[in-house]
Write a protein that binds this ligand. Sequence first.
Ligand code: AMP
Ligand code: GLY
Length: 433
Amino acid sequence: MSNKLKVLVIGSGGREHALVKAIKKSPMLGFLACAPGNGGIALDCETPNISVSDFDGIVSYCLDNAIDLVVCGPEVPLAGGLADELRSRGVAVYGPNKSGAMLEASKAFSKDFMKKYGVPTAAYENFKDFESAKAFIENAPFDVVVKASGLAAGKGVIVPAGKVEAVEAAREMLCGDSFGESGRQIVVEEKLEGEEASIMLMVCGKNYVMLPPSQDHKRVFDGDKGPNTGGMGAYAPAAVATESVLKDVRENIISPVLDGLCKEGIDYRGTLYIGIMITKSGAKVIEFNVRFGDPECQVLMPLVESDVLEALNDIALGRLDPSLVKIRKGYAATVVMCAGGYPQNYRKGDEITLPDIEDPDTYIIHAGTKISGGKLVTNGGRVLDMTAVADTLEAALEKAYALCAKASFAGAFYRKDIGYRQLRRNSSGRDNV
Ligand code: AMP
Ligand code: GLY
């Protein structure tokens, strides 16, 4: 009997395709599937047609196929208890149990957790009642941000222009319908000023590996204009998270968070994504996610020089040795090619033409694609993540943009300024601008 690992990745986006490509490089891999996958993932491994919310289907697939390890990409199944379910059936999982996933699934829980364990974050109050929220907003000695507490696919945060707009956002969430159950409780918090960075940890109880800091680009248009999206591009390492910022994050954020999780009896095994704001008074947590960022994962996986599967498996089994995870030198960048109209209405089903890949440090990562009638077609707002690694950020971006120029589908568009903050910093010769 082979002792190579049989692995199932859960999800269907660019993040999962990046994970699949990284796992495929491992000499420990025996069999790989991704459910439900997408058009590009289907070229790399089996893609059983099981929805991420079909827990019975996932468990049966694992038992029928003797899957050793499940790697869960998205947060929704984790928040629903997929990892608990699989673990109770003896399947190892990379991804936290439902109790750990509360850090993302309930912003009210995560704020209370941070307060309890002294983690720096914006001042806040949680509300279920509109009148109390309104009074708090009107009397707060700071500008506020209004957040639906529950999962809202990245759309639950309103950064209002003033207090009137803030009160309206609170009313919409608590009294209206557009956020559903996720808006029945809200967090009103102090608006923080500074530059954001994403810190991704691979956590195994109190041990962890910090992957290179990265920066996402959430607005749809160049210059950070237009509505928020799932993310239009990313790069790593992000120099704004300097050594001293990272030291502050390790000592004042990661250490109390991992201690707190242990004290709460949560055996956390999976990614902890810490969205930070680098403010004048130190790094503060904006949010936790319990999965890899998308598109941050696309730039982090190619920067891991050691065996990604070994790390995922060791964490799932509770035995991570952080010194085994090696990060390569250089920079990675990803540019997201979107369907016209995204993030509002966009078309699906347009045929995609792709260039050949010649350079092993370039990757065409599929996000919203599928195979239909033997052709590769668009199947989402974010369609492709053109990714490259090079010695400099400038060179990585050049290679990623060269791939974008050679790919096509009707209505395709992408941001032309991914990494602009760091490029500006590089050309001004300063660490921070
Ligand atoms: P979240 O979903 O919590 O990451 O919030 C989405 C975006 O809203 C963040 O990436 C920030 O740009 C912004 N944001 C959230 N909380 C704050 C805050 N307290 N101050 C300023 N901006 C915020
Ligand atoms: N790129 C932001 C996120 O994954 O939440």
